[in-house]
Design a protein around this ligand. Structure first.
Ligand code: NAD
Length: 278
């Protein structure tokens, strides 16, 4: 069990995608640390479910249904959050994902290729993935940023991916969009460095969640060939569990650990990013 960090108590964290698999685990841990959490997501049912679970465990949570691509909905969200809690200290940009129109069927192009090839990829699919992952991080930073700057320990955590470092096969848009997250994290960290606002990112390795399960698990519930390659390329030889991200999250949020850390992206990946395959 992770120790309780007293200096996080009563801080307010806005977690976009807070109803998703990885970020709901973050929200629950922050609530256990007595952080007041805002679960911001697209789907009311999922947002309410996570919120109710946190409140039932003794935490403080506020459900917000909003779209990270809709500036007005974020502005209205900020108003509600400030009315309820009076402050915003942390922003975790967890909303993100992929789109079928931006994924090739095969890893390598051949002259007799079948299925969706590079030439079948749809511009709309690419735009969708870029918007969700990049603009969906930029806009919350822009809208919530002025409130964060009033905090005595403001922090932004963006969510990157292994695909940001070396692009993963089949997912060109997602890879490029997540590379932009690492780059933007550095830019924003530098830009706000003198204000006390720290900006860092976590790059999760491979976790089986809603957004990638079709690529990783087949109809019979067995690992796909892609899953087997991932395990082979992960020196710790397993998929991650959402709980693996929590120590790094707390490290990055708690100034007692990381007050001089900004602009970094930390892989939490069982060694995937360190392994050349040989
Ligand atoms: P998930 O699909 O379980 O969660 C994503 C959440 O984002 C969902 O709750 C969804 O409702 C929300 N969302 C989607 N579009 C939104 C929008 N426009 N506005 C507001 N909310 C929106 O996915 P996850 O696997 O928990 O992923 C969380 C983050 O981690 C994503 O950024 C993802 O790219 C990243 N990531 C995941 C993995 C993995 O292996 N699962 C690996 C690396 C990075």
């Amino acid at each position: 069990m992770i120790p309780i960090h007293e200096n996080l108590a009563n801080k307010v964290a806005v977690i976009t995608g807070g109803s998703g698999v990885l970020c709901s685990a973050m929200a629950k841990e922050l609530a256990r640390q007595k952080v007041k959490v805002v679960i911001l997501g697209l789907t009311a049912d999922k947002v309410n479910e996570v919120t109710e679970e946190i409140i039932a465990s003794g935490g403080t949570a506020l459900p917000i249904v909003a779209n990270v691509l809709d500036k007005q909905s974020l502005i209205e969200s900020k108003k509600k959050i400030l009315e309820q809690f009076g402050q915003i200290d942390f922003l975790i940009n967890g909303a993100g994902g992929n789109h079928p129109d931006a994924i090739t069927d095969k890893e390598y192009f051949t002259s007799n290729i079948e299925g969706t090839s590079f030439f079948d990829l749809q511009e709309e699919g690419f735009s969708n993935v870029f918007d969700l992952n990049f603009i969906g991080t930029f806009l919350p930073c822009k809208v919530f940023g002025d409130a964060l700057l009033k905090s005595d320990m403001p922090s932004i955590i963006n969510i990157s991916s292994m695909s940001a470092y070396t692009p993963l096969t089949k997912v060109p848009a997602y890879s490029a969009a997540k590379a932009s997250i690492n780059n933007f994290t550095s830019w924003l960290a530098v830009h706000f460095a003198e204000t006390g606002l720290r900006v860092n990112a976590i790059a999760p390795g491979f976790f089986i969640t809603q957004q990638n399960k079709d690529l990783l698990v087949d109809a019979n519930g067995e690992y796909t060939a892609r899953s087997k390659k991932i395990i082979e390329a992960t020196p710790m030889k397993k998929f991650g569990e959402p709980e693996h991200l929590l120590g790094t999250l707390l490290y990055l949020l708690a100034p007692s650990y990381s007050s001089f850390v900004t602009g970094t992206t930390i892989p939490v990946d069982g060694g995937f990013n360190a392994y050349s395959g040989v």
